[in-house]
Design a protein around this ligand. Structure first.
Ligand code: AMP
Length: 262
């Protein structure tokens, strides 16, 4: 898509953003009804620091819309577990909390986006994380999904609160369900509710590695906020609320973007 055309499209969407902010305000003061039929999301990406709840929100939106969640962290972990070439290269970097090289990431995402289930839309979780990845994604969308507007959800939370959440996070290695031993414990201590598998703590969720991941986020990924503020519909959501309230806020804001106004 031509840059001018894209800019026109974004300008066209600006009044709807004002409307969505009004709706979000009303969410803070009362409840908002999610429409029975929610328009599909098209291409959507979740931004936010590690541990802010991107994966949980992407899972909820996936259930609502039936479009795939594409988590680069999950794809990498599967590659590490299977000992693939990229997995071997990524393992040490991930254990230390660093970022896997852009060329590995873009190749993985291109492969995943090439599958047919992404046609109605998709939710990117954990990608892009660098400006290079973001410009690559822009190019990919222009080439493969001309006319589609990328929706950006930016989840915000105080870093200390993130630390508090993440050190208590446990995951099921089999079905990937996520628990929090303080706020959302499993029914049986240490066991997944769905398949009874022993829950584990991700090795990069230890306090030391998490601090590095948050530093890397500040340095490498926060500049993306500036990049996207001027590029796309940009929806900022306070994430330190119960997950279902955060989902409602995201859906309300997206509904304003995706539904034509009268
Ligand atoms: P996540 O599950 O999103 O927290 O990702 C876990 C780890 O995978 C990160 O700490 C990075 O080491 C790596 N990773 C995931 N996504 C990316 C990406 N888009 N770019 C570089 N590294 C990534």
């Amino acid at each position: 898509m031509e840059l001018t055309a894209a800019r026109d499209q974004v300008e066209d969407l600006a009044p709807r953003l004002t409307k969505s902010i009004d709706r979000l305000d009303s969410l803070n003061h009362g409840s908002i009804q999610i429409p029975a039929r929610i328009p599909g999301p098209g291409p959507l990406l979740m931004l936010g620091a590690p541990g802010v709840g991107k994966g949980t929100q992407a899972d909820s939106l996936k259930k609502l819309w039936g479009v795939p969640k594409i988590s680069t962290g999950d794809i990498l972990r599967a590659n590490v577990a299977n000992g693939t070439g990229p997995g071997v290269r990524a393992k040490r970097i991930m254990e230390r909390g660093g970022l896997v090289p852009d060329e590995i990431m873009t190749e993985m995402v291109a492969d995943r986006l090439g599958l047919t289930d992404t046609v109605p839309g998709f939710i990117l979780d954990g990608f892009p994380r660098t400006i290079l990845q973001a410009t690559w994604l822009d190019g990919y969308l222009i080439d493969h999904r001309p006319g589609d507007v990328l929706g950006i959800i930016n989840l915000c939370m105080d870093f200390e609160e993130i630390v508090e959440r993440i050190v208590h996070r446990r995951v099921c290695p089999l079905c990937k369900a996520v628990y929090n031993i303080q706020f959302k414990p499993p029914k049986r201590t240490g066991k997944c509710d769905k398949d009874d598998t022993e829950l584990i703590q991700r090795s990069d969720d230890s306090l030391d590695v998490l601090r590095t991941r948050l530093d890397v986020f500040r340095k490498e990924t926060e500049p993306l906020l500036q990049y996207y503020r001027s590029h796309s519909p940009f929806i900022q959501i306070e994430a330190a609320k119960p997950p279902s309230i955060v989902t409602e806020a995201i859906v309300a804001a997206l509904t304003c973007f995706r539904t034509p106004t009268n």
